[in-house]
Design a binder for this molecule. Structure first.
Ligand SMILES: *[C@@H]1O[C@H](CO)[C@@H](O)[C@H](O)[C@H]1NC(C)=O
Ligand SMILES: *[C@@H]1O[C@H](CO)[C@@H](O)[C@H](O)[C@H]1NC(C)=O
Length: 261
């Protein structure tokens, strides 16, 4: 899913493998160097050198992340824990990772309570957060306290039912450009659902259960150029016509008028 991003981020790291010998590498690891550690099929987070810039432990059975598991990785920029069985995140689990830009937690077993304890606190440089394909049934503005640099937030393939004024912080995600809410159970939006997401350019709401949506939900998203509303349960009522009208005026380019199927 994020593999293109990863290759781009990792290439410079992979090319610069010099310096002291790397620590012993478990047999399921593809790479253990001073800059990058890439392993699969692990059941817990292994210790990586303090100089690590990218740590990718995917397709394993890791079930929780505690602050101490990652404590000395002060220079890390990419942390990938996709496709594990993570259901628990310690309070401020990523506290000591001040330069982290990409955090991939997709395809795990995370529920709302795992994120409620301030797990994402301190990630002030975080730009990409992947939480897709977990078990999240709600989103709360509180989770994003301190993640003010976020540009891309992926929440596709969860169990979300509702996005309202309490889902995103009013001031905390002002740089967010991409929001993926596709493939959830969302049947309701209100006029304040995306309040505060003033930089949003791409919003994916496809594969949900929307039968209608107030035009006001999108009217203040002045940068929005790419809105996907495919594969919902649209009911051709007057409210919907208002939405279509609004979208076609502010999207302007005729080829970008959203499809409602
Ligand atoms: C982190 O990066 C800085 C700047 O490149 C470097 O001086 C420092 O030694 C690195 N820290 C560790 C623990 O490797
Ligand atoms: C569609 O909208 C009409 C008019 O608002 C309403 O009477 C009807 O129950 C709606 N149908 C569904 C399936 O929501």
């Amino acid at each position: 899913m994020c593999s293109d991003v990863l290759v781009m981020v990792l290439l410079p790291v992979l090319r610069a493998q010099e310096g002291p010998p790397a620590p012993p590498c478990p047999t399921s690891c593809l790479l253990c160097s001073q800059e990058a550690v890439i392993c699969q099929r692990l059941s817990q987070i292994i210790e990586a050198p303090g100089s690590t810039q990218a740590l990718l432990l995917t397709e394993g059975s890791i079930s929780r992340v505690q602050t101490s598991s990652l404590s000395d990785l002060s220079n890390i920029t990419v942390l990938g824990l996709s496709q594990n069985r993570i259901s628990e995140l310690g309070q401020e689990a990523f506290r000591n990772l001040p330069f982290l830009q990409t955090l991939l937690l997709d395809h795990n077993l995370l529920t709302g309570p795992a994120l409620e304890g301030g797990a994402l606190k301190g990630l002030s440089q975080l730009e990409v957060l992947a939480l897709g394909h977990n078990l999240l049934s709600m989103i709360q503005a509180d989770w994003f306290k301190g993640t003010e640099a976020l540009i891309s937030l992926k929440l596709e393939g969860n169990l979300l039912r509702n996005v309202d004024s309490g889902s995103f912080p009013l001031n905390g995600l002002r740089d967010l450009e991409t929001l993926d809410l596709s493939d959830n159970l969302i049947d309701r939006l209100d006029e304040n659902s995306f309040n505060g997401l003033v930089s949003l350019r791409t919003l994916d709401l496809s594969r949900n259960r929307l039968s209608s949506a107030p035009a006001e939900a999108f009217s203040y998203l002045s940068w929005l150029g790419n809105l996907n509303l495919d594969l919902n349960s649209w009911n051709c009522s007057c409210e919907l016509l208002e939405l279509v009208e609004l979208l076609s005026t502010f999207i302007q380019q005729p080829d970008k008028v959203p499809e409602l199927s």
